[in-house]
Design a protein around this ligand. Structure first.
Ligand code: RUB
Length: 331
């Protein structure tokens, strides 16, 4: 390559590098927003992942199918590495890239990622709205409810019941250490709900006044167990002891098909700075900060999904039906 061609291609290479780094920024900034919990909640992170891949595909300029496939795979892995527990992100990313394999041209592959990413996000929003309509029917005027953490699906159900004119009271847990309960009381208060904030250790005391619990889901396993914000299982056990109905509000993209084949759900552990300030405890004292826990299926009365209300025992059948033939490619 002579000096002339070097002169003419260098600016082009420079521009291409700039564009590539801008395109990669879409993925890196979404992954870091999810990791730092600027975007949080299982539904929101799934939509953010799907829309980031769609935006990445839209901005992608190298018109080479194999290169595109490989870069989308890397982008997907970067997003999936951001938080490990919510299967919604995995399902959202896989729903977005599913057309890549059979696409015969770069244009077709890019179009598939853009369309499927946007479709996933739209359907996810619709599922949350449908759950609100279905779940609200479980609530009677005069009910006292409890919710834990900050779940848009659970809040949607309660807000819809109040919108229909039902008179309900809600206890919302603080949800240490991130205190998502503060978001919840703000959300519910904006929706006109009579809401009381309680500290997490008040759950057992308050449960005797509660008629129904509504929580969200990060992941539901093939055996119908729930993985959700740490403390959910204690809420469920207290509810069972007091004979209080325990409802999980979960879009079906929070069902984990991987658990059918023996995969276990990784429970995220976060930095100890979220629990104690530097210097607050003696050196050598350990801090354990798991941010999700597992509620066994036997503590769950209803799983409220966009397909309807089901028992934990029905989850396996729904997974098989939804996956169809693709079930054989999962193991
Ligand atoms: C949020 C949490 C929520 C579920 C469901 O944890 O556990 O209950 O994600 O939320 P974090 P949604 O704040 O650590 O992400 O119904 O909004 O999907």
């Amino acid at each position: 390559m002579g000096p002339l061609s070097q002169l003419s291609t260098e600016p082009l290479l420079y521009c291409r590098a700039q564009i590539t780094s801008l395109v990669n920024d879409i993925i890196f900034s979404t992954a870091s927003d999810i990791r730092d919990m600027k975007v949080r909640g299982a539904g929101r992170i799934a939509r953010a992942g799907a829309l980031a891949l769609a935006a990445y595909a839209e901005a992608y300029t190298v018109r080479d199918l194999e290169q595109f496939r490989s870069d989308i795979r890397k982008a997907s892995d970067t997003l999936l590495d951001s938080r490990p527990t919510a299967v919604s992100l995995w399902n959202g990313v896989h729903a977005t890239v599913r057309g890549l394999k059979d696409a015969e041209s770069f244009e077709a592959a890019r179009e598939a990622v853009i369309t499927d990413g946007r479709r996933f996000a739209e359907e996810s929003e619709k599922a949350v709205q449908r759950i609100a309509r279905i779940g609200s029917k479980r609530i009677k005027s005069g009910d006292t409810l409890m919710t834990h953490c900050n779940s848009s699906a659970a809040i949607g159900v309660i807000a819809e019941a109040v919108r229909q004119g039902k008179d309900v009271k809600v206890y919302a847990t603080e949800s240490r250490p991130w205190r998502q309960g503060i978001l919840t009381v703000n959300d519910l208060s904006k929706a006109g709900v009579d809401v009381t904030l309680i500290i997490d250790s008040a759950v057992r005391t308050v449960m005797s006044r509660v008629d129904r619990v509504f929580v969200g889901a990060d992941t539901i396993t093939s055996s119908g167990s729930l993985i959700n914000k740490i403390g959910t299982s204690q809420v469920a056990m207290a509810a069972r002891e007091c004979r209080v109905e325990f409802n999980v509000c979960s879009e079906t993209y929070k069902f984990s098909p991987k658990t059918m084949f023996g995969d276990t759900v990784t429970i995220e552990e976060r930095n100890i700075d979220e629990v104690v300030r530097p210097g607050e405890i003696p050196e050598g004292v350990k801090v354990f900060n798991p941010v999700f826990d597992t509620t066994p299926a036997r503590y769950i009365d209803n799983i409220i999904t966009e397909l309807g209300i089901m028992s934990p025992g029905a989850v396996y059948g729904v997974m098989v039906r939804q996956l169809g033939d693709s079930i054989f490619n999962l193991e």
